[in-house]
Design a protein around this ligand. Structure first.
Ligand SMILES: C[S@@+](CC[C@H](N)C(=O)[O-])C[C@H]1O[C@@H](n2cnc3c(N)ncnc32)[C@H](O)[C@@H]1O
Length: 318
């Protein structure tokens, strides 16, 4: 039943398609629905009365929970206003993990309390036994002098050689600003945002589903990281763009490990993979202990053996 949807972009209404997907069959769902902000989509009309938007959202949210495996997770991207309602709906059916604030770096002009972040709700289907991987991002550095922006004080030797674990505030991923990198879509997300979520919540070979695929971001991230995808999109024009891009996706690998790149640099890596690729430095205590150990061995090597001592002190005994 699920096989017919695997690694395909399905043209259609997500609620109808979701109803045909078996329960407990998908490892991770990511949804970036229209925000009901009158955005100019190709065909979808982004202007429903609030109650209608929320009633519609309840249906696809409940479907997402149903199709997710007991070990799986659900991520919803939206503006805080709608996420407060979505969280209340999801709290009835799944388990809250995090509210990720994605500071997509809007210009700090306009008004006080200008909305400057999107939220990404992270829920799991089960309370325990869900998939989750610690992830790391590179250390933030000065663009001019390349020195570390964060002051690690006297604890520099405890810094991870690659970078810190990612918190629930993401400030290192930009929205797509340049038109050359943007499809003809008003709300396209950056691939490395989705790659971060995929790396955090799934394994290679797992199934990732996006009911509002747009021009394919989630499916591209899943494919580049060796996962299967199911994309649903109501607009044939966006579906076509997504399929064209998917045909050219190559694996996102660094020395055999799946990672997310941005402009040629690793942007997100799993902690378990970073341990192999960038082994942690020794702490100052460990370094001191190692020095003492080496000194001790050197001293022992310098000590004459019993036989040598006998030779030294009783040279003419025989
Ligand atoms: C916010 S955009 C998603 C953008 C996507 N994350 C990307 O990076 O390209 C929402 C998308 O949902 C689609 N859509 C709206 N209603 C839908 C429905 N009932 N079923 C499937 N797709 C729908 C719209 O055409 C639009 O492309």
């Amino acid at each position: 039943m699920l096989e017919k949807y695997l690694d395909r972009v399905i043209l259609g209404d997500c609620i109808e398609v979701l109803r045909d997907i078996p329960s407990d069959s998908v490892d991770m769902c990511f949804a970036d629905p229209p925000f009901n902000l009158e955005k100019k989509y190709n065909s979808y009309k982004d202007e429903r009365p609030d109650e209608e938007y929320l009633a519609w959202s309840r249906i696809w949210l409940e479907e997402l929970v149903r199709v997710t495996k007991p070990t799986g997770s659900i991520f919803i991207h939206n503006i805080p206003r709608w996420l407060t309602y979505f969280a209340a709906i999801l709290n009835e059916k799944a388990y809250f993990r995090h509210w990720i604030a994605w500071d997509a770096m809007s210009n700090p002009v306009g008004k006080t309390l200008l909305p400057a972040h999107y939220g990404i709700l992270f829920y799991t289907k089960s309370q325990n036994g869900f998939k989750f991987y610690e992830i790391r991002m590179p250390h933030k550095r000065c663009r001019v002098c390349n020195s570390h922006l964060k002051d690690y004080g006297g604890k520099k030797d405890q810094m991870h050689p690659f970078g810190p674990l990612v918190s629930d505030v993401w400030t290192d991923i930009h929205r797509i600003r340049h038109n050359v990198r943007r499809d003809e879509h008003p709300c396209q997300l950056p691939i490395h945002l989705l790659e971060r979520i995929v790396l955090m919540s799934t394994d290679p070979g797992d199934v990732v589903l996006d009911p509002f695929l747009g021009t394919g971001t989630t499916a591209i991230a899943a494919k580049a990281l060796g996962r299967h995808y199911i994309g649903i999109e109501v607009d044939p024009f966006y579906k076509k763009i997504a399929e064209e891009k998917l045909a050219n996706v190559t694996p996102s690998l660094y020395e055999g490990y799946y990672v997310s790149f941005y402009l040629g640099n690793i942007q997100t890596i799993r902690d378990i993979d970073a341990r192999e690729l960038f082994p942690p430095q020794l702490t100052s205590t460990e370094k001191k202990a190692r020095r003492q150990q080496t000194l001790q061995i050197e001293l022992e090597l310098q000590q004459p053996t019993l036989l040598e001592q006998r030779e030294m002190y009783m040279p003419n005994r025989e």
